[in-house]
Design a protein around this ligand. Sequence first.
Ligand SMILES: NC(=O)C1=CN([C@@H]2O[C@H](COP(=O)(O)OP(=O)(O)OC[C@H]3O[C@@H](n4cnc5c(N)ncnc54)[C@H](O)[C@@H]3O)[C@@H](O)[C@H]2O)C=CC1
Length: 390
Amino acid sequence: MSSDPRIIKDSFALLAPNADKAVAYFCGRLFAEHPGLRALFPPAMDAQREQLLRALTRIVWSLDAPDSLTEYLGALGRDHRKLGFRPEHYAAAGTALIATLRRFAGDGWSPRVEAAWTGAFSAAAATMVDAAEAAAAHAPPWWVGEVVGHERRVHDVAVLTVRPDQPLEFAAGQYVTVQTARWPRVWRRYSVANAPRPDGTLCLHVRAVPAGWVSGALVRHTKVGDTLMLGPALGAMTLDPDSGSDLLLVAGGTGLAPLKALLEQATTAAPGRRVHLVWGARTARDLYDLDELRSLEAARAGLRVTPVVAEDPGFDGMRGTVPEALERIDDPPGPDTDVYVCGPTAMVARTVRVLRDLGVPSERVRHDAAGLDAAAAALAPAVPVGVTPP
Ligand SMILES: NC(=O)C1=CN([C@@H]2O[C@H](COP(=O)(O)OP(=O)(O)OC[C@H]3O[C@@H](n4cnc5c(N)ncnc54)[C@H](O)[C@@H]3O)[C@@H](O)[C@H]2O)C=CC1
């Protein structure tokens, strides 16, 4: 990625007012020129268009950080194997991308800008193809996972235990993508809610969201014995192996999943390490995993679990939203605490602001929306990540 990042960022910013239209144009053009590619994607492309824009935005805004960009592109390349993407498809995507940029950048487009984009895209595609080929040597493009446990904990939340047909490597804090037989080619992300286990099983926490195709299918229409398709593990919200600092885990709703995995990993790797999980839910009923968390708390020295409930005046415990609770806990995080945050976007944003006010350095705070702040600012109307504190 040696092309001039400034030229690329400036020209990409010109798309901001029409980002949605530009992505739709890109897809339309790609599929018109290569009809075979259409079959790799689901009939409704809304989520794919949004993901594409997010990925492109992240790539553009990471051009100054080659290491993290290479890591991200590698993960993207490995993940694209599950879609059936082949090296020649990248060339097709590159042609459609340049045509889209040329059309939407208007007067900001020039031969110099086109050369910068062409160079950057070729480098990015090569990184993705190399990573995909390296992964092909030891891992399948996707895994078949048998559902070996399905517990409806609340009317809209289920905890699934899935056993992949062959080893699926992951680190605590990562997520996998899941496809159900009900919705072919529609993939959705779910964090693995456990540290790696000898039997290779993965627990997923799924809330059926309104109009959520995959989440509804997983909660209401999946049973033990069914099979799912799983993509490779992705995500960088993992533990720092060199840190033994106190750990504060701040979860909202099913955002608990990756933090529970981190909790298991941390308390297993370093028994006695001080770990405080603050888990917020709307009502006491929504604390769907509290019994298990209490068992872990009783069994593992150093672990503390604080449930917080926002909308239940009768709750016999800490009340309020998670960020509010952080201002009241009796062991507030300090400059040396490692903090991980996961949950609804607005909760994450407010929590990050509270942590800053409490004096936790930003480099000690990890959340899965990390790195998107700048991108969100650049493409505010099109990228609804909202991680910039309100
Ligand atoms: N299922 C999974 O594996 C994962 C889920 N997530 C995300 O976690 C989120 C979980 O959503 P739900 O379970 O529906 O959570 P929820 O809507 O039930 O809320 C959970 C907590 O967040 C607080 N909260 C919500 N909005 C807030 C705001 N504006 N300011 C401050 N606090 C706020 C609530 O008070 C409550 O304590 C989703 O956005 C999901 O995408 C993230 C990673 C993994």
